[in-house]
Design a binder for this molecule. Structure first.
Ligand code: DGY
Length: 324
């Protein structure tokens, strides 16, 4: 008999067919307590789950006694209680490589859009305000040759450094858990502590996962260390920034602007002050959201689950100790 798998994300037809050729698949809308209650038998016999953007915690795992693998269609896995999964011997699979370049493109989009005020002035064109030669009140600031500070030198940080160094002649500073030889050799990136990076960077770009250590890493104290002309970019996870402190810093002109793809609460609530600040570019978590990359992520997640449930994992496992 094929192992039972719960799918909580829509897949392209060919990938669904691939999944179904290995497993008995039940497609559900989400993993909410209500869905779990209504499909108790299905959850009880599930050996695998595949999807994204749903919490998988201790309480959820009580309903899945037979679970052996969870496959997320994302690189980030802050929705999962990894310790609880590992304790139960459940492999957690993710998609770390296929989205790197696309997310780095998103970060560069935020850098350019905030610095050149692209969305703000484009809106003025649409509303008919472009009636003559533009003056300084429409000007932005340069990106090229400015200093980029990168928090988190993982794959995405490295791809961002590559763009900034070769494409925009930007000196690169970075802070990470350890020195990154490739970044230093290829992009002349300079390792520095957080305070130095904040003080010296024109663009502070966050490419960090959400962990206990990174939660509210950037708060009022850190924002105060940034140049008043600096721009803060976040495409990691929203709660890495204390959003209230950021709003205050933007209102008081302590920093110049912010480009955000992620937020403390997603979707961003309609009454968020961020929406009325002209110096904020807010995107709806589009980091990896291109047709090509989302397809590749879904394909990777399907292959990851097949590998995990057949004992063939070679890569992409967050907690490989459970495989031994
Ligand atoms: C991820 O995969 O974790 C990213 O946030 C997707 O954009």
């Amino acid at each position: 008999m094929k192992p039972s798998v719960i799918l909580y994300k829509t897949l392209p037809d060919d990938l669904l067919a691939r999944l179904e050729s290995h497993f008995t698949v039940t497609q559900l809308a989400d993993l909410s307590p209500e869905t779990v209650r209504q499909n108790a038998q299905t959850f009880a016999r599930a050996e695998g789950i595949l999807g994204s953007s749903e919490k998988v915690d201790k309480a959820f795992l009580e309903h899945t006694p037979g679970l052996r693998a969870a496959s997320t269609v994302s690189v980030g896995y802050d929705n999962f209680d990894v310790a609880a999964l590992s304790e139960r011997g459940i492999a957690l699979m993710h998609t770390p490589t296929v989205l790197t370049e696309t997310v780095a493109d998103t970060m560069m989009t935020l850098v350019l859009a905030t610095a050149r005020r692209a969305l703000e002035v484009a809106e003025r064109v649409k509303t008919g305000e472009w009636t003559g030669s533009i003056g300084p009140d429409w000007f932005g600031i340069d990106v090229h040759h400015k200093t980029m500070g990168i928090l988190g030198m993982g794959r995405i940080g490295l791809a961002l450094a590559q763009r900034a160094h070769f494409g925009f002649n930007m000196p690169i500073l970075y802070n990470a858990r350890r020195h990154h030889q490739e970044a230093e050799e290829r992009f002349n990136a300079r390792y520095c502590d957080l305070d130095t990076l904040l003080a010296e960077s024109d663009f502070v770009c966050i490419s960090l996962p959400l962990t206990e250590e990174t939660w509210h890493l950037i708060g009022a104290g850190q924002l105060a260390r940034m140049k008043s002309s600096a721009i803060l970019i976040n495409a990691g996870r929203g709660p890495v920034i204390d959003e209230k402190a950021l709003i205050q810093a933007l209102i008081e002109g302590k920093i110049h602007a912010a480009g955000l793809d992620v937020f403390e609460q997603e979707p961003l609530p309609p009454d968020s002050p961020l929406l009325s600040l002209p110096n904020v570019v807010a995107l709806p978590h589009i980091g990896s959201a291109t047709h090509e990359t989302r397809y590749n992520m879904a394909a990777c997640a399907v292959d990851n689950l097949i590998a995990a449930l057949s004992g063939n994992v070679k890569e992409n496992c967050v907690n490989p100790q459970v495989l031994k």
